[in-house]
Ligand binder design. Structure first.
Ligand SMILES: Cc1cc2nc3c(=O)[nH]c(=O)nc-3n(C[C@H](O)[C@H](O)[C@H](O)COP(=O)(O)OP(=O)(O)OC[C@H]3O[C@@H](n4cnc5c(N)ncnc54)[C@H](O)[C@@H]3O)c2cc1C
Length: 468
């Protein structure tokens, strides 16, 4: 009774629920669909596609050692997936297809269409919970709705996890080889430029690399995370987000790595574990409020905000030429590494959506175009939080001042100096706001006046409240 695991954002062999279930049920084949047009619609960054392909190549070796051939097929968009899967199941005598759940609107529609097509042919589709610790429909408020406030969501998660912890799976037992030849993973896909080696080296592919990073972090840096995590010049955070987004690592593996050092709710671990719960929270929001994955604000009344059409300011923000060193350094870190520190994601997102009053959707898109860890739920959630249009939204009157943030979280300008070498010779005081003769030739003056732009944003939000 042959089984198929259809791999998507779960590129690992250890603790992969769908793979474990498929191999437990019978001889298993694996499938991966390259979907370049779909990925372009989703604004996937070239470095993210490259990371996916590099991980897929590592995964094909892991699968081969289990005796599972990996079939690579190409569909431009997911509309072609039902026909391709039914044909493949017919050709290979597959009786059941196993998938790990994904939560975006396109993903849900794709899976529903595939399920219908397979059913018509007598093939089952078995879904598994894998990306999350707790299934979205298993966590509800007292009135039966989905949580919109993180503090309440967190409390409910802690309560559920105290009662029952999700187990972490290991490596499935190898199966006898099948008489099916797998396909090679392409090194690149047209339309997605290969990123420079300097970027690739920062993000080595494969489960072993991900596990090494997880254990190095938990053993050496977890205890100091709460103090170090806001300082972008420090290696204070785990840098595991690309691995979690591509499913090279599971949240259960993270949870159990923490548990091996003690409880997840003890002070030394809870700050980091909370971040994993933020990841969980935004995926629950995506599942419970599908409109957020269709470009809509969670708080629909904020759709009426008078966003400014300011293409030159948007371009200056995108290229790291706003004249605010911390913001420019952060945007250049994104372009060079495919990643940005969380504190800086908040600072640059608030600057765009509040000080420049530019629609957060422009920022969300730019991030997706460049992030190696681009994740619809976390990116949308982060942008809407910063723009005060989403769940748990930061109150509209709370704006980060980029200069105060710079002095507080990069006091010696080490992060700024790394990404803006043109400012490297300034002293620790001037580097945050080089003015007059201190500003080097070629470095732009500030594109906006902070106090008046703050007032403009507050007035826009106040007018909205008066109307609402
Ligand atoms: C505007 C904005 C956009 C963002 N876009 C993304 C995105 O596309 N993909 C993404 O994975 N994260 C996103 N984040 C969340 C966060 O910035 C990154 O997850 C974090 O910087 C990754 O670094 P790390 O792995 O060192 O995190 P750590 O601090 O070590 O956290 C561990 C893990 O928890 C998760 N996590 C941490 N913070 C958050 C958060 N605020 N929301 C959701 N999950 C979180 C990530 O999976 C991360 O790897 C965004 C945040 C903001 C404010």
């Amino acid at each position: 009774m042959r089984q198929l695991i259809w791999l998507r954002s779960d590129l690992r062999v250890r603790d992969n629920r769908a793979l474990g279930a498929a191999m437990g049920a019978g001889p298993t084949l694996a499938l991966y669909l390259l979907s370049p047009a779909q990925w372009r619609t989703h604004d996937d960054a070239p470095c993210k596609v490259d990371f996916r392909l590099r991980n897929l190549a590592e995964l094909s070796h892991g699968l081969a050692s289990l005796g599972v051939p990996l079939l690579i097929r190409r569909v431009d968009t997911w509309d072609e997936a039902p026909a391709l899967l039914t044909r493949l199941c017919h050709e290979q005598n597959i009786v059941r297809v196993h998938v790990n759940d994904e939560y975006g609107v396109h993903e849900s529609r794709r899976d529903a269409a595939v399920e219908r097509a397979l059913q018509a042919q007598g093939v089952g589709l078995q879904r598994h919970l894998d990306q999350l610790l707790l299934a979205p429909d298993s966590l509800r408020t007292r009135s039966g709705g989905s949580f919109r406030l993180f503090a309440q969501f967190r409390r409910a998660c802690h309560w559920r996890l105290a009662v029952s912890l999700p187990a972490v799976g290991g490596l499935p037992m190898a199966q006898p080889p099948l008489n099916v030849v797998g396909n090679a993973v392409p090194a690149a896909l047209e339309g997605f430029a290969t990123p420079p080696e300097s970027l690739r080296r920062l993000w080595p592919a494969g489960e072993i690399a991900a596990q090494r990073r997880l254990h190095e972090f938990v053993e050496n840096r977890l205890a100091a995370y709460a103090e170090a995590r806001d300082f972008p010049a420090e290696p204070g955070t785990s840098r595991l987000s690309p691995y979690l987004a591509a499913g090279v690592l599971s949240p259960r593996q993270c949870l159990h790595a923490v548990l091996r050092t003690g409880g997840f709710d003890r002070p030394e671990a809870s700050a980091w574990f909370d971040e994993l719960l933020w990841r969980e929270f935004y995926k629950h929001i995506l599942a419970g409020h599908p409109r957020v994955s269709m470009g809509r604000a969670l708080r629909t009344e904020t759709e009426a905000l008078p966003w400014r059409d300011a293409p030159q300011e948007l371009a200056a923000w995108q290229q790291g030429r706003t004249g605010f060193p911390l913001i420019d350094a952060a945007m250049r870190q994104l372009l060079a590494t495919g990643w940005m520190h969380n504190r800086l994601r908040m600072v640059v997102a608030m600057f765009l959506s509040k000080n420049l009053l530019i629609d957060w959707r422009h920022g969300e898109r730019w991030f997706m175009h460049h992030l190696i860890d681009g994740d619809l739920a976390a990116n949308n959630g982060g942008w809407q939080w910063c723009a005060s249009t989403g769940t748990d939204a930061v109150p509209y009157f709370r704006l980060f001042n980029p200069l105060a943030q710079s002095r507080r979280f990069d006091p010696e300008g080490r992060f700024i100096r790394q990404w803006l070498p043109e400012l490297a010779s300034l002293d620790n005081r001037d580097i945050h706001a080089p003015a007059g003769a201190l500003r080097p030739a070629g470095y732009p003056p500030p594109i906006v006046d902070l106090p008046s732009s703050r007032e403009r944003a507050l007035a826009a939000f106040k007018a909205l409240r008066r109307r609402g």
